[in-house]
Structures are given as C-alpha cells and as structure tokens.
Design a protein around this ligand. Structure first.
Ligand SMILES: [Ca+2]
Ligand SMILES: [Ca+2]
Ligand SMILES: [Ca+2]
Ligand SMILES: [Ca+2]
Length: 228
C-alpha cells in the first residue's frame, strides 16, 4: 500500500512539475528555409485544430485571425527577398515572389482567438533579408524574436546574427524562427535594433489540441480525488 501511495505521489508531483514548465515555449531555429517543407511544423498533425501559412503571394496578409503592426507587402523586384520556392523555382533567389518589409525596427504579428477559436500553439516566421544597418556591416545584423502568451508575458526568445551582406533576393541566408506553447501564443514580435530595412515571409501558425495536456488533466483529477 505504501508503495502505491508513493508511486501516486511521485506521479502527482511530476504532473505538477510538467504543468509548471509549460510557462516556457519550446523554440525552433534559426534554421535554413527555402520551401514550406523546411518548416519544423510541416511534419506535425494539426487534425482537430488548424494551420495557416501566409506567403504574401496575393499581395495581402489575409490568412484568418492574424494581423500585423508595421510594415507592408512588397512585390517582385530585384530587391525582393521572398522565400525561394514562392516564385516557382528553388534557384537561390526570391526576387520574383512577395515578402513583407519592416519599414521600421519592429514588426508584431497578433493572433485573434475569437476568430481562430483558440490561440495558436505553434507560431513561426521566416526572416529573409536586411539592407541598411545603423552602425554595423551593411546587410548583416542582429534579429530578436519574441513570443508572448495571452497575458502578454514573454514565453520565448531567440536572437541571432542574420544576413549575407546582399540585398538582391539571395535566399541562402533565410532563416526560420518558431515557438511551441501549449498554453497559446497571442503575438510574435521581431526586432532588429540596428535596422529599419528588413524582410520576412511565410508567417505560419497552428493549433494542436494537446493530448499531453489532456493526460495531465486526467492525472490531476486522480490527484484531487486522492486528496479528499
Ligand atoms: Ca495572403
Ligand atoms: Ca526562387
Ligand atoms: Ca512570399
Ligand atoms: Ca535572403
């Protein structure tokens, strides 16, 4: 009997620890990205939830439940740095696709749970280019990527030096950044502290109903019952 009680206590304590650790998002990247299949999310099963990917190829940010503060879509030009495959050819260039340019130091993508039904559990984006940089090498600079939960608390952070020193749509330097958080992600903030001239593409966000969360809830119910 003592053994069973000890095991149950261990399971309850473990469940409490797991619930506690869920306050921090899992991070993905920076990783190379030339097409949708390079996303770590492409292998996940979003059945019963949703998944949306905005590639800006229709000139608009119009996937459901997402909006942005700052920036604008840019169409094909020698300076445009879309994800490589968006123009139909994986050829090291994204000039013939569409991307999203910052026109400022920050870009924030915001998710609407009323439209989506649930905040996304997975959010990612592809950083594709930086041009003019203040006090640093042209075409190379620091990017900081933050994820916030529905209470506005920072739950994830990734930073990296990015860029290949070119502004003519080269894609070898394009990098995916992403987060996973079972408690939901309400917004994604990108900051380049030294540049107002940079691009992103392939905003993607999805919701996976969490079997792990359900299992933990089950354990919690058992724990509560045992305490009575
Ligand atoms: Ca679109
Ligand atoms: Ca291309
Ligand atoms: Ca694109
Ligand atoms: Ca690039």
């Amino acid at each position: 009997m003592e053994t069973v009680r000890t095991q149950l206590w261990t399971a309850c304590a473990g469940a409490a620890l797991l619930v506690g650790s869920a306050a921090t998002a899992q991070t993905f990247g920076p990783s190379t990205y030339v097409q949708t299949s390079n996303s770590p999310f492409s292998v996940l099963d979003f059945t019963g939830g949703y998944f949306h990917l905005e590639d800006f190829e229709d000139g608009l940010l119009n996937t459901p439940g997402a909006s942005v503060l700052g920036g604008t879509v840019v169409g094909p030009s020698i300076f445009t740095d879309s994800v490589d495959a968006d123009d139909g050819f994986i050829d090291g260039l994204g000039q013939q696709g569409h991307s999203y340019i910052s026109n400022g130091f920050e870009l924030e993508f915001v998710f609407n749970d009323a439209i989506l039904g649930n905040y996304p559990t997975h959010v990612g984006i592809v950083w594709t280019d930086v041009g003019n940089v203040v006090g640093d090498v042209f075409g190379v600079s620091l990017v900081e990527v933050y994820a916030f939960d529905p209470d506005g608390i920072t739950i994830g952070f990734i930073s990296s030096m990015v860029g290949d020193g070119r502004i003519d749509g080269t894609t070898a330097d394009d990098r995916f950044f992403g987060f996973e958080h079972a408690g939901g992600i309400a917004s994604l903030l990108l900051v380049m502290p030294n540049s107002e001239d940079w691009e992103v593409d392939h905003l993607q966000y999805g919701y996976v109903p969490e079997p792990a969360t359900l299992a933990l809830l089950g354990i919690s119910i058992v724990c509560l019952r045992r305490r009575r």
